[in-house]
Design a protein around this ligand. Structure first.
Ligand code: DGL
Length: 254
């Protein structure tokens, strides 16, 4: 048993969609979440910059004495996970692998940030488990700024969703499921679902990550053994008030 907090981070509020799944299936765990709002978005940065930012966050979380770290960001998982895993002794888990392991589809779509798509991380991960799956990937660089600037309900948003979805050529590529490869995207899920129709399943990677971590904690006897509801400590590198408001809007009790 280990009652220390689980460390989690993202470039901003996207990883809170991941945290939400964690609090649902392991309500007694404590969490320390860091949003790197000063450097957001990660999606248009180079792998070197992303590694540099993540390095600082991991040091911060280790200083907070967390028991493990979950990279609640697709872009950081794609570009900095190997670097961080090799550098630090603490258990670090990326957000890609748990979903990639579960993919059985013949044809799948992936939407994510530019830096994630460029890295080919989803192709590499899915093909490790399912070598014949055909993957169609599309970068959606405007989604993170739309979400972080509170424009989800703006009348222009469906237009951008439509433009990106078109690029997947769902019919032609026989796509039955689309991985929301950026943790911000579940915040646009309802609107994306309207565009792709109900026959296409949208995959929320935070859900797979939470189940996978729960299994890891149980197997390694690292779960929190108290029955109390866990605490969430939030940190951000800029504009904490806005960040906290976003977290509260998502129904997290901060
Ligand atoms: N939530 C991050 C991800 O999963 C967003 C990246 C960004 O800041 O562009 O990729």
């Amino acid at each position: 048993m280990d009652n220390r907090a689980i460390g989690m981070f993202d470039s901003g509020c996207g990883g809170l969609t991941v945290l939400k799944h964690y609090t649902e299936i392991m309500p007694n765990e404590n969490f320390i979440y860091y949003g790197d709002t000063a450097h957001l978005p990660y999606g248009d940065k180079s792998p070197e910059k992303i590694m540099e930012y993540c390095d600082e966050i991991v040091k911060f979380l280790i200083n907070k004495n967390v028991k493990m770290i979950v990279i609640a960001c697709g872009t950081a998982s794609a570009n900095a996970y190997e670097y961080l895993k090799n550098k630090y002794d603490i258990e670090i888990r990326n957000i890609i692998m748990p979903t990639a392991k579960s993919i059985k589809e013949e044809n799948i779509g992936v939407i994510a940030t530019q830096a994630t798509i460029k890295s080919n991380a989803w192709e590499k991960a899915i093909h490790t488990f399912s070598p014949n799956t055909k993957i169609t990937s599309v970068a959606c660089p405007l989604f993170v700024p739309i979400i972080e600037n509170g424009l989800i309900s703006n009348e222009g948003t469906p237009y951008f969703i439509q433009e990106y979805v078109k690029k997947l050529s769902i019919q032609e590529n026989k796509i039955s499921s689309i991985i929301l490869g950026c943790t911000h995207y579940p915040l646009l899920k309802e609107k994306i679902q309207i565009e792709v129709g109900n026959n296409v399943q949208l995959i929320d990677i935070g859900e797979y990550s939470a189940k996978n971590t729960l299994e890891y904690l149980n197997q390694n006897n690292l779960s929190n053994d108290t029955n109390n509801i866990g605490k969430i400590e939030l940190y951000s590198s800029d504009d904490f008030e806005n960040f906290k408001t976003n977290a509260q809007k998502m129904g997290l009790s901060i």
